[in-house]
Design a protein around this ligand. Structure first.
Ligand code: C2E
Ligand code: CA
Ligand code: CA
Ligand code: CA
Length: 279
């Protein structure tokens, strides 16, 4: 039934007649799929531009559906959020990412930070700090090697509570990144009011760097602003050597994108870590 692409729910609505039943079915399948281990994580490496070393990896969830094959987040995250299933799914993602990162450390690789995406719905749940602490404790992973990726819209929805929750995370030592930076409405205010450790420049500012002079100015300004504020700056969606060279000239600290590596299995990332950890 899934043939026409990967652009979200419409795929299912177009190819199957009873769309509301279909949505319910998928929801039920998601519920059982979480328990039966149909979800898995891929990891996209993040490189320090100066040293060329892998310093982190973003965990990205996928669903190996028994009938539909591999589903990408665009095809199920919205449904998970609407239904509340993002809470158990997010909890699984958190545990799995921490466990995997500890495994890499136990193999003797130079420690990296693992980034986990957090939805607004999870962030509203006051149990989140307990969930995250449990994930760290179960894995035996020190908190400094976990980073939560939060979007601006999530933070702004309930800014006061967001600050409190963020302070709680900083207190236990978890790092906090603002994701898709620059796409929200009050970017500058966010940087001032939230206890962040990292800033991820949205892909939309990186995409046209090779030919758009104003995007170059914006990217350069965001990078130096981040640096001035003491944040670690990550450029996402880097696809070309030219973009890389420009970002290096701006002294952007960390880069992530297809040019350096697509999201990959934990095994594959482990092989990369093994290579760069060799004396
Ligand atoms: P995001 O957090 O902005 O994640 C980056 C997305 O950009 C990933 O897509 C990644 O594969 C893609 N990407 C990375 N480098 C490049 C590049 O150079 N060019 C292009 N064109 N794309 C690149 P993916 O894996 O499909 O994830 C999409 C979104 O789904 C994520 O966007 C995030 O918002 C959400 N997501 C993924 N995993 C989770 C999760 O575990 N929990 C939650 N709540 N959301 C998740
Ligand atoms: Ca992200
Ligand atoms: Ca992003
Ligand atoms: Ca995004």
């Amino acid at each position: 039934a899934k043939s026409s692409g990967r652009d979200g729910f419409k795929v299912f609505e177009q190819t199957r007649p009873e769309k509301s039943l279909n949505r319910l079915t998928l929801l039920e399948e998601m519920r059982t799929g979480i328990e039966s281990g149909e979800f898995f994580l891929e990891y996209q490496p993040q490189y320090n531009l100066e040293s060329g070393r892998i310093v982190g990896a973003e965990a990205l969830v996928r669903w190996q559906h028994s009938a539909l094959g591999r589903l990408m987040p665009a095809e199920f995250i919205a449904l998970a959020e609407d239904s509340g299933l993002i809470v158990p799914l997010g909890r699984w993602v958190m545990h799995e990412a921490c466990r995997q990162n500890k495994k890499w450390q136990d193999k003797g690789f130079a420690p990296i930070s693992v980034g986990v995406n957090v939805s607004a719905r999870q962030f509203r749940d006051t149990g989140l700090i307990a969930d995250v602490s449990a994930a760290l404790a179960d894995a035996g992973l020190p908190a400094q090697f976990l980073e939560l990726e939060l979007t601006e819209s999530l933070l702004i929805q309930n800014a006061e509570q967001a600050v409190k929750l963020m302070e709680g995370f900083r207190h236990i030592g978890v790092n906090l990144a603002i994701d898709d930076f620059g796409t929200g409405y009050s970017s500058l205010a966010s940087l001032k009011s939230f206890p962040l450790t990292r800033l991820k420049i949205d892909r939309s500012f990186i995409r046209d760097l090779d030919f758009d002079e104003s995007d170059r100015s914006i990217a350069r300004a965001i990078i130096s602003l981040g640096r001035e504020l003491g944040l670690c700056v990550v450029a996402e969606g880097v696809e070309t050597a030219k973009q890389q060279a420009f970002l290096a000239s701006c002294q952007c600290e960390i880069v992530q994108g297809f040019h350096f590596g697509r999201p990959m299995s934990a095994d594959k990332l482990g092989k990369l870590l093994a290579m760069t950890s060799m004396p």
